[in-house]
Structure formats: C-alpha cells, structure tokens
Design a protein around this ligand. Structure first.
Ligand SMILES: O=C(O)CCC(=O)C(=O)O
Ligand SMILES: [Fe+2]
Length: 355
C-alpha cells in the first residue's frame, strides 16, 4: 500500500522541540521567503480604530460610520475600541487556551482533528489539512471549534481542561456575535443598503468557528510562515491578537505592512463572502503571519460564515447597468470546498469566482 504518512505531519510544537531547523516541507520557495518580500518599515497611516460606543451614540454615529467606510475601502480591516468585551474575559480565555496548548500531547490529542488518527476534518486540535506531498506547511498548530449554531457544538473537541475554558469561550462567542451584528449593520448603511441586509443573510444554521492559533517560536523566521498569505472565507472575522507578540501582516497595494500589537482591541477584517456581497466595493484583505525565534504567540480568530446551502451573490441594490455583477452566484458550501483547495496551495479561490 502507498505510504500516506505525509498527510499527517507532526504537530509543530512537537517538531520544534526536536528540530534545530525547520524541515524542508515548511520552507517557503525562495521567491516567497518572508524576508524576501518587501515589508514596509512603517504603515502609510496607522490601522484605523473604530470606537464602537461612538458608532452607537446619537452624536458620533455618522462620523464613526464614515471612518468605518474609509477603513473598509482602504484596508478591509480595522481595530475596534470600546467594544464591550471585558479585558479580563479576553485575558482569561487566551490564558486558558495557552494552558491547553501547554498540556501534554496525549491530553491534547483527545481533541484531535484526525478521525481514527488518519482522516482530517475541520474541527479539533492539530494541523491544517495536507492535500499534496509538495504543499508547503505552516509553522503553527490550531484548535478549531464550531461555536455556532449553539446546538451543533461538538463538545468532544472542546478541551475539558482547564475547567473554565468552555464557559469562557461561550461567553466570548456571545459578545462577538453582538459586535458582528453591530458592525454588519453599520457596513450595510455605508453601502446605502437596508440596515439589516447582511444580517438577513444569516439563518439559524449559519456557522461560526473559533480558531485558536498557536505559533511555537521558530529558529528560522526568515524561511517559514506561521500562516501563509490568504484571505478569510466568511463574512467577517473578529481577531483577538496576542497582546504582547506581533506577527500579523497585511497586504495593501502590493506592500506588506506589519500590524502592531494593540492590547485588548479587536481586529476586524472582512472575508471573501463580504467581498462578493459588496460586489467588490470592499476587498477581503490578504494577510499572513510571520514567526519569531523567541516568543510563542497565540491568537483567536472568530470566523462568521453563512449557512452551507445559502447562495452568496452581490447585493441586487448595488447593481446597475454601469455596475454589473462582478462575481458569480454560488452556494457557501461550494465556496468553502474551493477555498480550502486553494488555501493549501497558497492561491485564492475568489479569483475564479470573478466574472
Ligand atoms: O494569528 C493571526 O494574527 C492571524 C491568524 C489568521 O489569519 C487566521 O487564523 O485566519
Ligand atoms: Fe486569516
């Protein structure tokens, strides 16, 4: 029988404990080495910060809405301050995740994303899927959990230890949902759409996933990516970055910009579904994560997707003779199938959806 062991790489955390150098499977082809691609010394202007409490206030909403529009047009992402999530909840959840990643391998494997130790599935603890022998692997492990719909949670993959983990993630999920709803209302408004246009796309089957990314220090940050360049697939991602360790970079006008740490703020970026629904007025930002040799890094991405059966298409009210649809209509599940295939290769499925 053919040897299929290449499909199941070692966890990066285990690998790093043994290897002095990243194995060749992790090393990016020369032209895409993290250091050989220009990184701007400084961002052209700081990442915009949206004050969520002002966005909700009677006197600040318009001004903050304009800032939101500019942020989406220029970066496709922004930071959020005064978002209503207690700093203690953020810290406690990240610390609980850190404790999980620091537990012995046998215990973490109880949440493994491999069925029978062999077959990859999205949910659980482990690596990203490996679809081909020559796929360049990322220097990170992750814990990926479906948090919504609430009645579809698979607690078998949710760590039992540390004890507060599940309750913290539940609480954090609810608070993110509120923020997502507020931002999506404001986003619809900036496009001149009905305020609930985007919210109406979500049914009670719309999934949300929490992805905890764990980046082990890497002896050769110049050769590997923590996460290779990609855009997110869904409508909106709410990212809780490590408050002390940077690494996220975003592509703007062909230049990579480092996103500075910003303790207790949230970074919100739109995903490909929003790019399609806005008919390309807003572009889903390409981003990547670089590693470092000294410090571990943890981030939590909360992805807000759509019902797999939902048809995604540009909003009809944005279309006219001069502005025809620039993306074809397709179901969320078809999009995701194409998305993962491309993600593994480091390419973007959205390019093949353009008309
Ligand atoms: O770790 C980060 O800052 C970003 C992670 C990311 O892009 C993702 O999980 O999709
Ligand atoms: Fe991402």
């Amino acid at each position: 029988m053919e040897d299929e062991s290449w499909r199941i790489p070692m966890l990066v955390q285990e690998l790093a404990a043994k290897a002095q150098q990243p194995p060749s499977r992790y090393v990016q082809p020369k032209q895409s080495h993290p250091v050989s691609v220009a990184v701007a010394a400084e961002t052209p202007e700081p990442i915009p910060v949206i004050d969520l409490s002002r966005l909700l206030s009677a006197d600040g909403a318009d001004e903050e809405g304009n800032k939101l529009q500019l942020a989406l047009l220029s970066w496709g992402l922004f930071l959020v301050a005064n978002h209503g999530i207690e700093t203690s909840l953020m810290d406690d959840l990240i610390n609980a995740a850190r404790e999980f990643f620091h537990r012995p391998l046998e215990e973490k494997q109880k949440c493994s994303n491999l069925i029978d130790g062999k077959h990859f599935q999205v949910e659980g603890y482990g690596n990203d899927p490996v679809r081909s022998k020559d796929q360049t692997l990322d220097w990170s492990d992750r814990l990926h959990l479906r948090v919504e719909p609430e009645d579809e949670r698979n607690f078998a993959y949710w760590p039992e230890h540390p004890k507060p983990f599940r309750a913290l993630l539940h609480e954090y999920t609810l608070k993110c949902k509120r923020i997502k709803n507020l931002i999506l209302r404001a986003t619809a408004k900036t496009l001149g759409l009905q305020e609930d246009y985007f919210l109406a796309q979500f049914s009670d089957k719309a999934p949300s996933f929490a992805r905890f990314n764990y980046y082990t220090p890497c002896p050769r940050p110049d050769l590997v990516f923590g996460v290779k360049p990609h855009s997110d697939s869904g409508v909106l991602t709410i990212l809780l970055m490590d408050k002390d360790v940077g690494g996220l970079q975003v592509l703007r006008d062909g230049v990579w910009h480092s996103v500075p740490t910003s303790p207790h703020r949230l970074l919100i970026n739109i995903g490909d579904f929003m790019e399609i629904m806005s008919n390309g007025i807003f572009k889903s930002p390409v981003h990547r994560v670089v590693t470092n040799a000294e410090n571990e890094r943890i981030s939590l991405a909360m992805f807000h997707g759509l019902d797999p059966e939902k048809e995604i298409e540009p909003a009809a009210d944005l279309l006219n003779e001069k502005q025809p649809a620039r993306y074809r209509k397709l179901k969320a599940k078809e999009y995701l199938a194409g998305f993962y295939e491309h993600f593994c290769k480091g390419t973007r499925f959205i390019e093949s959806v353009k008309i």
